[in-house]
Design a protein around this ligand. Structure first.
Ligand code: ADP
Ligand code: ASP
Ligand code: MG
Length: 407
C-alpha cells in the first residue's frame, strides 16, 4: 500500500462543520486504499489570536514560552480531527510533533527540522491506523518544544512525507493551487498547472503564502512531489495538474516554459529594511546582534562597510527589544525603515538580459510607483516600494508580464 500525506490548513479546519468535511475527505482517501498521515494546522486564526494574547501580556514575549503557547493551537486541531474521523468509523490516532519524531534545532519560534524519527507513526500505520499529526511543531535535542515559523505545517507535512517515503504530499487549502498572483489581489490570476521546485521556492520566499518556502526546500532536497489543491476539490486523479498545482522534478515536457518567461508575481508587505554603517570595524557586530535575536535577513548586500538587508517580520516577536538594543549599541549607525514592501516577479532565467528588469521598472514608474531599491537573482527581480502601493504594483506587473503574454 502506498503512503499518502495530506495537510489541511487553518481555513480548512476553522470550525466544526469544516473539520467534519475534512474527516470525510480523509475517509474517502482511505477507501482508495492508501496508508494515510494527516497533518493539521490550528483552527482559523487561532495562531494569530494566541500571539495577540501573548502580546497583551508582554510586548516582547519570551520565545520559548511562545512556543509552548503556539503549539497548543495545532494540538486542539489534531485531537478534534481524530475524534471526527473516529465518529465516521475510521481508526485514527493523533500525535504531537514531538511524538511523531520531528526533531529540530533550538531556534525557538523559527526552528528548522534536523531529523525525523517517525517510528511511532510507522507502528500505527502498520496497525492500520490513520495518523493525525499536529503541524508546525517539533522538539529540540534538548527536549524543548519548538515551532517551525509561520506557515510551518506545510514543512511538517513534507518532512513527514520524505521520512515515510510517501508517494506524494497533498497540501490542501482554501485555494485550488498556486496562482500567477494572489487571487485575492488579482482576480484575473490563473492557476499554474505545474511548477518546478525552484520557481515555487522563489514564489514562496517572495511572499506567496500558499506554500511555505522551507517546505518546498525540503521537498526539493528529498524529491517529494507536492500537490497543492483545494480542500473542497476531488481527490487527485491520474493527472492532478488538471485541478491543482503539481510541483515536482522533472517538469513534464509540455509544461516547460520558454526561458526568461515570468511565471508569477508575489509581494511581501510586513518587512523592515535595515541599513547599517559598519564603521571601521565593519558590520560584524550588527550581524552578531541580529543572530542573538534570531533575526533572519534576506537580500543582504554589503559594500564598502555599508550593510543593507530586508527583514521579514513574520517570525520577529521582540521587535521593541531589538530596536532598543540596536539603538543603544549602534545609535544613528543603524536605521530600520518601516514603510517599504517588496514586489517580485519570478521565472527561470528572467535576468539573462536586463529586458524584464527594464520593462518592470518602466511600468512601475508609469504608474507613479517609485522603486526605492531593486535586487535580482537568477529566478527573481524584487522592487522595494512604498507599502501602500504594493497591490497596485502586483496588478500592473501581472498585467504586463502575464496577462499580455497569454492574450
Ligand atoms: P492555509 O491556511 O491553508 O495554510 P494560507 O492562508 O497559508 O492557507 O495560504 C492560502 C492563501 O494564500 C490563499 O487564500 C491566497 O489568498 C494566498 N496566496 C498568496 N499568493 C498566492 C498564490 N500565488 N497562489 C495562490 N494563493 C496565494
Ligand atoms: N498555525 C501556524 C500558522 O498560522 C502554522 C500553519 O498554519 O502552517 O502560522
Ligand atoms: Mg499556510
Amino acid at each position: 500500500m502506498s503512503i499518502v500525506v495530506q495537510k489541511y490548513g487553518g481555513s480548512s479546519v476553522a470550525d466544526v462543520a469544516r473539520m467534519k468535511r475534512v474527516a470525510e475527505r480523509v475517509m474517502r482517501t482511505r477507501r482508495e486504499g492508501h496508508e494515510l498521515v494527516v497533518v493539521v494546522s490550528a483552527m482559523g486564526d487561532t495562531t494569530d489570536d494566541l500571539l495577540a494574547l501573548a502580546k497583551q501580556v508582554s510586548p516582547n514575549p519570551d520565545r520559548r514560552e511562545l512556543d509552548m503557547l503556539l503549539t497548543a493551537g495545532e494540538r486542539i486541531s489534531m485531537a478534534l480531527l481524530s475524534i471526527a474521523i473516529r465518529e465516521l468509523g475510521g481508526e485514527a490516532i493523533s500525535f504531537t510533533g514531538s511524538q511523531s519524531g520531528i526533531i529540530t534545532n533550538d531556534r525557538h519560534v523559527d526552528a528548522r527540522i534536523i531529523e525525523v524519527r517517525p517510528y511511532r507513526v510507522q507502528d500505527e500505520l502498520a496497525r492500520g491506523k490513520i495518523v493525525v499529526i499536529a503541524g508546525y511543531q517539533g522538539v529540540s535535542y534538548r527536549r524543548e518544544i519548538t515551532t517551525l515559523g509561520r506557515g510551518g505545517s506545510d514543512t511538517t507535512a513534507v518532512a513527514m512525507a520524505a521520512a515515510l517515503g510517501a508517494e506524494y504530499c497533498e497540501i490542501c487549502s482554501d485555494v485550488d493551487g498556486v496562482y500567477t498572483a494572489d487571487p485575492r489581489v488579482v482576480p484575473s490570476a490563473s492557476r499554474i498547472a505545474t511548477l518546478s521546485y525552484e520557481e515555487t521556492q522563489e514564489l514562496a520566499e517572495s511572499g506567496a503564502k500558499v506554500l511555505n518556502a522551507q517546505a518546498v526546500e525540503f521537498a526539493k532536497e528529498k524529491g517529494i512531489a507536492i500537490y497543492a489543491r483545494a480542500t473542497a476539490s476531488a481527490l487527485p486523479g491520474a493527472d492532478p495538474s488538471i485541478d491543482g498545482t503539481v510541483i515536482q522534478h522533472p517538469l513534464r515536457r509540455d509544461a516547460v516554459r520558454p526561458a526568461g518567461a515570468v511565471v508569477g508575481v508575489a509581494s511581501e508587505r510586513d518587512v523592515l529594511v535595515l541599513d547599517a554603517d559598519g564603521g571601521p570595524q565593519g558590520p560584524g557586530d550588527v550581524l552578531a546582534l541580529l543572530d542573538d535575536y534570531n533575526v533572519a535577513g534576506k537580500q543582504l548586500h554589503l559594500a564598502g562597510g555599508f550593510l543593507t538587508m530586508v527583514i521579514s517580520r513574520e517570525n520577529l516577536h521582540e521587535e521593541g527589544r531589538l530596536r532598543a538594543e540596536l539603538s543603544r549599541r549602534f545609535g544613528d549607525r543603524v536605521r530600520l525603515i518601516d514603510m517599504l514592501g517588496a514586489v517580485s516577479v519570478i521565472g527561470a532565467g528572467i535576468n539573462a538580459s536586463f529586458q524584464n528588469l527594464r520593462r518592470g521598472s518602466e511600468v512601475l514608474a508609469a504608474s507613479g510607483i517609485v522603486a526605492r531599491r531593486v535586487a535580482t537573482s537568477s529566478f527573481r527581480i524584487t522592487w522595494m516600494i512604498d507599502r501602500a502601493r504594493l497591490d497596485d504594483a502586483v496588478k500592473v506587473l501581472h498585467s504586463t508580464f502575464i496577462e499580455t503574454r497569454s492574450a
